[in-house]
Design a protein. Structure first.
Lengths: 1045, 441
């Protein structure tokens, strides 16, 4: 008797090819064909059919005399039966893995339409520390399981369908041009798997030591045709809790007086101290008429006129505009009998929150596969992204960053709307910050002039793709050959217009990067016996990288205003800075997986690399990994509330080579002195004895599912030690160099991660799912270099303005912040005889640690029929930040703390003799409570807080250490899928989803006033723990419409 | 590469470091109260840490000057194609510049790494006793002078100071010897006397002999002052002339004021030292000083003449009379800045200037005039002020101390802490108020 039928998926209703249909308790079975159809002959004793497919819940259906049995398979909720993509693109059942791997679905990262999809991973994966800057399309740091390399790269590797793609940050100047991973099209992502530990990534070799973000793109399905259209618009506006609140009592000046009265057109009147970029000046008085900055501007209706002395109506928060991010994408996918393809195009237009800022992206993705013969499969992919930016944001202490003015050097009497009309009247630099002679800007330009005239523009072409052949030699062995390419071309232009503060210039930076990989891999999959399964691979990899760059700038100014070309230079140009480096790594690798009765799995892998960046003859290094995994399902079979479980452990080593050009010494070539050539020794001493650095890691974990997968968790503990690090360490200049490459140092990261899910409510129509991620990493610098007396205890990673530095210090977490501390008396902050804080003598006291105590994410999804509401709460506990913004801003009198009433009820900016002054919390040197009011305005610019405190020695730097903890409502998504019943079965439209999305809508809790604690300084190892000109956080909200044909 | 290119680079970097007016590295013009700031008072109030001033100075001298000089010396030694006498002259040129650079380090910080310095394999060099080291560089200077054969060539095109004129190098070396020997006159009078007397016959005899680097007008080879003051390379208005200097020069009706400063309503007005000053209300640096191609001075005839006058006051036999040397020094300075002989005569004719009638002891007379003559040469003015203690300079507010040295770079505490701490203890504390070993009177 024959039984036939079709197996379809519950998710998309499409047929499932290759599903297994077995007659229970027999060896009779069949597999579904390309249309999901099967047909089998039922034996005598056959009464029940078992339908199974990888990743889906197995179903048993009694035949009961039916001859046609159609089955809809449901995706298996059990995390443990998930199929995940592991290193080298190999699909594995999660059950078999001896390491932690956490997967995120594509729609999770595409729906909130961040300019950089990477930032949307924050809170979704345990152990992943994402720090995004609030700049438009700006830098994102992606660090997995803590910082392990003292001075090398700590960023995760990105791999798309087996193609390693660059996530470089090419921002040679103070402008944040972002990371190249932002070129990846989120609409094209099927899933993201985060491989965290060395065991998971060992096959990728050294570069994957920081973990891998493995992206699988969407592929077409055979004999189908599907068109997806996704259209979305997201608006963004400033979260005011992350911006400055301005005091509104005092205006321009470092001292409480105006410039001498002058007649600028309307009689003698006081003149504002335009040149003072501070707000410690005279108290506002609406009855007092004074000459403001616009009295100097001949185009202004207020030219030569006085105006009342009042606080600005529009403070700099009005400078931030509403941003707009529009995203339109279309994906066509499908296939025939032997082919599949996927073609997508996405257009993304971003208008930033600063005036004159845009990013336009065009992304084309194509992939196809062809079964040329039964045994040979050819597949290829080509992806192209072009990104064009105008007016990218400057970061840090720089004139291209308006927050340098707004947070540090500002006059509260300046109205930004008036600045705006002053610029647009004549497109001239009508600044609020005139020089002494009122002829031009002294420090700060008109804030609109700087955005519309001194903007940067950039373009990047990013290409990645592969060609792959797979040939099945036998039914248990196949050979795969693959060539991959990632190439980027960057062009960046920056300018400073004639008339700006500073020497006008035009500069141009071009960079080309190319990486190609060639892999040849033999794959084995053969069960050794009924009980013992085996699969493995043996492969070789050739990697070639090439980077070249040129950075040229005019010299001494521009001859013709508004003409931006290198030939428009006033003085002859100095030679451009050229860069060229190559790296080649050849690797061979092997991997073997043994499974015993689907219960016990052993994974072994090894790799040997040979790198051109290490000294010749000593550039080959080998590293192994091993993992063991035990599935508890059978052992726990009798515990009914446990549905699945496994326990795993692994050990892995990864070797790493040096950065290019760190082995042999070369001379620097400064610009010639006229016709006299100059050469110089470089400031970094290279090392011809470098050996590979090595990372050793242990990991153990337990994964459990309970109550039929209503609740489950994955718990992982790990320890990673990175030893023999290749460090360009700072050394005393007394050696003739300020840096030197050494092989030394050890950093330890240990911690645990939990990811858990729970479905508190599940009824036919309503489901509540929760997903929790928690990770805690402890980081310690175990050693640096040198022995005995010459042992080095500290390596500064960066020294920052304001007198603080970020360091690797032995016995401390990586990146500790050093600076002057308070002088403590009985644990209390001590003030001197004038009531100012005393400053500790040691400027290298550890005052902060930027590493978070823990990170967490809580994702809730409520589903009612087609309606679903999801929100993600993203939490960081701890992680210190030092604020240069407050260090300067408190000394320039911008912030409310610098004004207002003291506890006597008098304005604190009155002289102490008149009842004013500021009483700083603390004690006097004799230990008694402080009762000395410090002058808050002593007539020569000295202040109680910030850099001008204590006779310009400044306040103890530790006053400006903030706890960077936050709790953020990171995402809120309300989506509705129109019921399929409204489309007829012949309708072209198969599916319509509507989504309302919000991102960063609410900072539920933070401890840092006036700023977003997440904000850092661009990208890299020293980017955290320091804020200068921080951008405010932006709230994003909008909608998406998804159509499927 | 040719060793000459490293030598040229080192000479330029040394001149830059000493000439610069960047608040990040060179604030000596504040310390001697030639200039003061308009708005940002950290540096005129002697804060050395919020900008890493000592570190920048330290790096310039060790990494950008001494390291290249050492390398150029290595390349000279390796060179087999050059004849011995030329090589010796080149080595002497290098040595003289090395001694100059070491003297700046020693006279800035006190004890510094010397014997173990400039070796990247030893990242924790010990600090050597300053006086011992100073004596060692004096010996090296003598040796260098004895190497010179002034009939042979040395570095020529790449010699940014004298274009290969070895006779001038003999004068420069001897003038340097005179200057460095005088620094220790209060602690080691015997050695000072002997060296001064050896050097005196061969020192500069006119402004033509000055050790100057002729800057170009375009960056990065312009005079670094032009990067920091209002002009084509900067819009900043950070500096005005300090009242300390302007008031004294006004009293003396000094003819150099017009070359030193700008005028405000036809007068020279100095800003109050160490307090906020409104830029338009005060005299600032002259166009000559602000010019991108203004030359940088390492040692000049005026300075040498003052030293000869001082030598006679100290009883060293250098020939001439005190008054002649003193007058010569002032004349050389006024003429250097572009003054006329009539201005010289009028100036010297004043009783407040004339050596026999000017106020105070010889230190006051020479010290005050030298302090004026060393305008725009902050480091040397500071060195001479510390030595001669004249004129009297008061800190802007009570409790501050006019720096007697730079503190050690902050990052030395983390990079070479043990040795730095030992040195701090040895010199009597790592404070800007700790006098250097020769600063005893």
């Amino acid at each position: 008797r024959r039984v036939t039928g079709t197996v379809t998926s519950d998710e998309d209703g499409l047929p499932i090819p290759g599903a297994t249909v077995l007659v229970k308790d027999t060896s009779v079975g069949a597999a579904t064909d390309i249309d999901g159809k099967y047909s089998l002959t039922l034996p005598e004793n056959g009464t029940v059919l078992v339908f199974s497919f990888i990743g889906m819940a197995t179903q048993e259906i009694p035949v009961s005399g039916q001859s046609v049995i159609d089955v809809v398979l449901e995706f298996d909720a059990s995390e443990l039966s998930e199929v995940v993509v592991t290193a080298m693109g190999i699909e594995r059942n999660k059950n078999e893995l001896a390491y932690s791997a956490q997967q995120v679905q594509g729609d999770q990262v595409s729906r909130t339409r961040s300019a950089d999809f990477v930032s949307t991973l924050s809170g979704k994966v345990a152990g992943l520390d994402i720090r995004s800057n609030n700049t438009m399309g700006g830098s994102t740091n992606v660090v997995i399981r803590g910082y392990s390399s003292i001075s090398g790269n700590n960023q995760a590797l990105f791999v798309i369908d087996g193609v390693p793609v660059s996530n470089a940050n090419n921002s040679p100047s103070a402008v944040d041009f972002g990371n190249t991973a932002s070129d990846i099209n989120p609409d094209n992502i099927e899933s993201i798997n985060v491989l965290k530990g060395a065991a998971a990534t060992a096959l990728y070799g050294s570069r994957a030591a920081n973990g891998v973000i493995m992206i699988t793109t969407k592929k077409g399905k055979k004999n189908s045709m599907s068109i997806d259209i996704n259209s979305g618009v997201i608006w963004s506006s400033m979260d005011k809790s992350t911006f400055v609140e301005y005091q509104k009592e005092y205006g321009a000046g470092y001292i409480q007086s105006f410039r001498a009265s002058q007649d600028l057109g309307s009689g003698e009147a006081p003149v504002v101290r335009f040149q003072d970029d501070a707000s410690y000046g005279p108290a506002f008085d609406p009855n007092l008429q004074v000459y403001h900055w616009d009295a100097i501007d001949p185009t202004s209706p207020n030219f030569g006129k006085t105006k009342p002395w009042v606080a600005a109506e529009n403070d700099p928060s009005a400078y931030y505009e509403t941003g707009l991010n529009s995203n339109q994408s279309i994906t066509i996918s499908g296939g025939g009998d032997e082919t599949t393809f996927n073609l997508g195009y996405t257009r993304n237009d971003i208008k930033g929150n600063l005036p004159n800022s845009t990013i336009d992206k065009n992304m084309v993705n194509f992939s196809a596969a062809y079964n040329a013969t039964e045994k040979l499969t050819v597949s290829a992919s080509a992806n192209y992204t072009r990104t064009e930016g105008i007016g990218r944001y400057g970061v840090g202490y720089n004139g291209t960053n308006p927050n340098q003015q707004f947070r540090q050097w500002w006059q509260t009497n300046v109205d930004v709307r008036e600045q705006e009309s002053a610029y647009f009247r004549n497109r001239q630099n009508e600044t609020w910050n005139w020089n002494g002679a009122n002829t031009g800007p002294i420090y700060s330009d008109n804030i609109y002039w700087s955005r519309y005239e001194n903007y940067s523009n950039d373009a990047r072409d990013n290409i990645y793709g592969y060609i792959m052949l797979n040939y099945e030699l036998t039914d248990w062995m196949s050979v795969m050959g693959r060539a991959t390419l990632n190439a980027t071309t960057d062009m960046q232009e920056e300018r400073l217009a004639v008339g700006s503060a500073g020497v006008p210039f035009y500069s141009r930076y071009n960079r080309d990067f190319k990486e190609s990989n060639y892999d040849l891999m033999l794959n084995f999959d053969r069960d050794i016996s009924e009980d013992l399964s085996f699969n493995g691979l043996l492969g070789g990899n050739i990697r070639r990288e090439e980077t070249s760059s040129i950075d040229a700038s005019t010299n001494g100014g521009l001859v013709v205003p508004r003409l931006y070309s290198l030939s428009n230079t006033v003085n002859p140009m100095t030679p451009p800075v050229e860069g060229y480096s190559r790296r080649g790594v050849d690797g061979i690798y092997a991997n073997a997986n043994f499974g015993y009765r689907e219960k016990l799995f052993l994974e072994l892998s090894a790799r040997q690399d040979k790198s051109t960046t290490l000294p010749e003859g000593d550039n080959t290094y080998f590293y192994p990994a091993a993992g063991l995994n035990y599935v508890l399902n059978d052992a726990l079979k009798n515990v009914s509330w446990i549905s699945a479980g496994k326990i795993r452990a692994n050990y892995a080593e990864v070797g790493n080579d040096a950065a290019p050009l760190s082995v042999y010494d070369i001379y620097d070539k400064p610009t010639a002195f006229g016709s006299i050539p100059l050469f110089s020794l470089p400031s970094t001493k290279n090392n011809s004895n470098l050996k590979p650095e090595r990372q050793k890691s242990y990991e153990a974990g337990l994964e459990m599912d309970f109550f039929n997968s209503l609740f489950g968790f994955d718990f992982t503990v790990y320890q990673t030690n990175t030893v023999d690090q290749i460090l360009p360490v700072d050394i005393t200049a007394a050696t003739g160099y300020t840096r030197r490459y050494v092989n030394a140092g050890e950093v330890e990261n240990r911690g645990f991660e939990v990811s858990a899910y729970v479905t508190p409510i599940q009824t036919n129509n309503f489901t509540w799912d929760m997903r929790l991620n928690f990770s805690r990493n402890r980081n310690e610098v175990i050693s640096l270099y040198g022995e005995g007396d010459s042992k080095v205890e500290n390596v500064p990673l960066a020294s920052f303005q304001g007198g603080v530095s970020v360091n690797a210090a032995v016995g401390h977490p990586y990146g500790v912040i050093r600076g002057n501390d308070f002088v403590y008396t009985n644990g209390q902050r001590t003030v001197d005889e004038n009531g100012y804080y005393m400053v500790g003598a040691d400027p290298s006291t550890i005052i902060g640690d930027p590493n978070p105590d823990w990170l967490g994410g809580i994702n809730n999804t409520f589903t009612y029929k087609g309606l679903s509401l999801a929100f993600l709460i993203d939490i960081r506990k701890g992680g210190d930040v030092w604020s240069l913004d407050r260090w300067y801003g408190d000394a320039t009198g911008i912030y409310p703390e610098t004004a207002g009433l003291n506890d006597k009820g008098n304005p604190s900016r009155l002289p102490v003799s008149e009842g004013g002054g500021m009483l700083l919390p603390g004690v006097k040197e004799d230990g008694t409570p402080n009762d000395i009011y410090a002058e808050n305005q002593n007539g020569d610019g000295q202040t109680p807080l910030g850099y001008a405190a204590n006779n310009y020695v400044g306040t103890p730097r530790s006053l400006y250490i903030y706890d960077g903890s936050y709790v953020k409502l990171r995402e809120l998504v309300l989506s509705y899928s129109l019921p399929s019943s409204i489309f007829g079965s012949n309708s072209a439209i198969k599916k319509i989803d509507l989504e309302l999305v919000g991102r960063n809508l609410w900072i539920i809790h933070k401890n840092m006033e006036y700023s977003d604690p997440e904000e850092g300084l661009g990208n890299g190892n020293s980017a955290r723990g320091y804020q200068s000109g921080a951008y405010p956080a932006m709230r994003n909200y909008g909608f998406n419409v998804k159509l499927n044909f | 590469v040719p060793s000459e290119t490293l030598f040229s680079n080192a000479v330029k970097n040394l001149t830059d470091a000493l000439t610069s007016a960047s608040v990040n590295s060179n604030n000596y013009r504040f310390y001697v109260q030639h200039w003061t700031a308009t708005t940002y008072l950290d540096e005129p109030r002697y804060n050395m840490t919020s900008r890493i001033i000592p570190q920048n100075m330290w790096q310039s001298l060790y990494r950008d000057v001494l390291s290249d000089l050492k390398e150029s010396k290595r390349l000279v030694m390796e060179n087999t194609a050059t004849i011995e006498s030329v090589k010796n002259n080149q080595l002497a040129q290098i040595e003289i510049m090395e001694v100059y650079a070491w003297s700046v380090l020693l006279n800035t910080f006190g004890d510094v790494p010397y014997t173990q310095a400039l070796d990247p394999e030893n990242s924790l060099p010990v600090y050597d006793d300053a006086q011992t080291t100073y004596n060692a560089i004096l010996v090296r200077l003598n040796d260098a002078l004895s190497l010179i054969n002034d009939t042979a060539a040395g570095y020529a095109d790449g010699d940014l100071l004298y274009e290969g004129d070895m006779e001038k190098w003999v004068m420069f070396g001897n003038s340097l010897k005179l200057k460095l020997a005088m620094v220790i006159a209060d602690v080691d009078a015997a050695q000072a006397k002997s060296l001064v007397e050896q050097a005196a016959p061969n020192v500069f005899t006119s402004n033509d002999d000055n050790a100057v680097l002729r800057y170009l007008s375009s960056q990065p080879n312009n005079n670094p002052v032009s990067n920091s003051v209002t002009g084509i390379y900067s819009t900043r208005e950070d500096y005005v002339a300090a009242n300390t200097l302007v008031d004294i020069m006004n009293d003396l009706e000094d003819p150099r004021r017009q070359q030193f400063f700008t005028q405000v309503d036809g007068e020279y007005v100095g800003g109050i030292y160490g307090y906020t000053n409104s830029y338009p209300d005060f005299s600032t640096v002259s166009a000559k000083v602000a010019a991108p191609d203004n030359e940088g001075l390492l040692l000049d005839y005026s300075e040498v003449s003052f030293l000869l006058a001082e030598a006679l006051e100290r009883g060293f036999a250098v020939g001439g009379t005190i008054e002649d040397h003193y007058n010569e020094a002032i004349t050389a300075s006024i003429e250097y800045w572009g003054g006329t002989s009539a201005e010289v005569d009028a100036y010297l004719g004043q009783s407040s200037v004339a050596y026999n009638s000017a106020a105070g002891d010889w230190k006051d007379k020479i010290g005050t005039q030298k302090w004026i003559a060393l305008y725009n040469r902050g480091f040397d003015a500071w060195l001479e002020w510390r030595r001669l203690d004249a004129p009297t300079l008061l800190p802007p507010v009570e409790g501050l101390v006019v720096p007697l040295r730079l503190i050690y770079p902050v990052n030395e505490a983390t990079l070479n802490g043990t040795n730095k701490n030992a040195a701090s203890a040895a010199i009597g504390g790592d404070s800007s108020a700790t006098p250097l070993w020769w600063n005893v009177n």
